[in-house]
Write a protein that binds this ligand. Structure first.
Ligand SMILES: C[S@@+](CC[C@H](N)C(=O)[O-])C[C@H]1O[C@@H](n2cnc3c(N)ncnc32)[C@H](O)[C@@H]1O
Length: 232
C-alpha cells in the first residue's frame, strides 16, 4: 500500500509539472501573439484592442470562446437582419463577446434599451457595460437562461440572437437551450445562431421547429453561416 501511495504521489507530481509546463508555454505563446499584434498596430497606426482581448480569452478558454477573433461586420449584419427592429419586446443576445453583433443590431434600428446581453466573460462584460450602458447586462451562464431571464423579462422576447459556440456542447444541452429560448419568446420569434460548421448546430431531425439558413458568409474569418429556428 505504501509503495502504491508513493507511486501515486510521484505520478501526481509529474502530472502537475506537465500542467505547469503547458501553462507556461501557453502564456509565452499568448505574450508573443500580443507582441506581434502591438507591432502590427504600431506599423499601421491602428488599435486592435477587441481582437487582442479576444485572442487572450481564447488562449485561456478555447472551447468556451469558440472563435479566435470577433465576428466580422458582414456576419454581424447577416445576424441582425433576422431581427425585426419594429417588433415589440426585448432582444436577447447570448455570448455577445466584445459586441460586433450588438453593434449591428443597434445600427439596424434595435433600441439599445431593448437589449438583454448574457455574457459570462468578465473582461467582455466590462467592454459591453461601457459601450451599451442602456442595455441590460447579465453576467452569467447562457445555458441557465431560463433561471436568469424568467423574472427579468417583463414581456416575451422578440428574438434571441446567439454567438455561443453551440457545437462544443452535447446535443441535449443545445436542445434545452433552444427550447428554453422558445419558452421566453413570442410565438414565431427567431432564434438566430451562427456557426462555422457545415451542418445545422441544432439537428433538424429532432423537429418541433422550422429551420432556415443563410448563404455561407465568406467575408468572415472563418467563413460562417447563420441559422434561424422558429417554434412551429
Ligand atoms: C464565438 S464567441 C462570439 C462573440 C460575439 N458574439 C461575436 O460574434 O464576435 C462566443 C462568446 O460566447 C461567450 N460564451 C460562451 N459560453 C457562454 C456561456 N455559457 N454563457 C455566456 N456566454 C458564453 C464567450 O465568452 C464569447 O464571448
Amino acid at each position: 500500500m505504501r509503495l502504491l501511495e508513493l507511486r501515486k504521489t510521484i505520478i501526481e507530481r509529474n502530472i502537475g509539472r506537465q500542467i505547469r509546463l503547458f501553462e507556461r508555454k501557453r502564456d509565452n505563446i499568448g505574450k508573443k501573439i500580443e507582441e506581434q499584434i502591438r507591432l502590427f498596430e504600431r506599423k499601421r497606426g491602428i488599435r486592435l484592442d477587441d481582437e487582442v482581448r479576444f485572442i487572450r480569452s481564447w488562449l485561456e478558454r478555447p472551447l468556451t470562446i469558440g472563435a479566435v477573433t470577433p465576428s466580422g461586420k458582414m456576419l454581424a449584419r447577416a445576424m441582425a437582419r433576422y431581427v425585426d427592429p419594429c417588433s415589440n419586446g426585448p432582444v436577447v443576445e447570448l455570448g455577445p463577446g466584445t459586441g460586433p453583433v450588438t453593434e449591428a443590431l443597434v445600427q439596424a434600428g434595435v433600441a439599445p434599451s431593448r437589449l438583454v446581453l448574457v455574457e459570462f466573460n468578465p473582461a467582455f462584460c466590462r467592454i459591453l457595460r461601457a459601450r451599451y450602458p442602456e442595455a441590460t447586462l447579465v453576467q452569467g451562464d447562457a445555458y441557465s437562461m431560463r433561471r436568469l431571464l424568467e423574472t427579468l423579462l417583463l414581456q416575451p422576447a422578440a428574438a434571441v440572437v446567439s454567438g455561443l459556440p453551440l457545437v462544443t456542447k452535447p446535443i441535449r444541452m443545445r436542445l434545452r437551450l433552444i427550447r428554453d429560448a422558445f419558452d421566453l419568446m413570442m410565438p414565431g420569434a427567431p432564434f438566430v445562431q451562427f456557426t462555422y460548421s457545415v451542418a445545422s448546430p441544432v439537428p433538424r431531425r429532432l423537429g418541433g421547429f422550422s429551420v432556415e439558413a443563410s448563404e455561407r458568409i465568406w467575408m468572415n474569418i472563418p467563413p460562417a453561416r447563420v441559422w434561424v429556428y422558429r417554434k412551429i
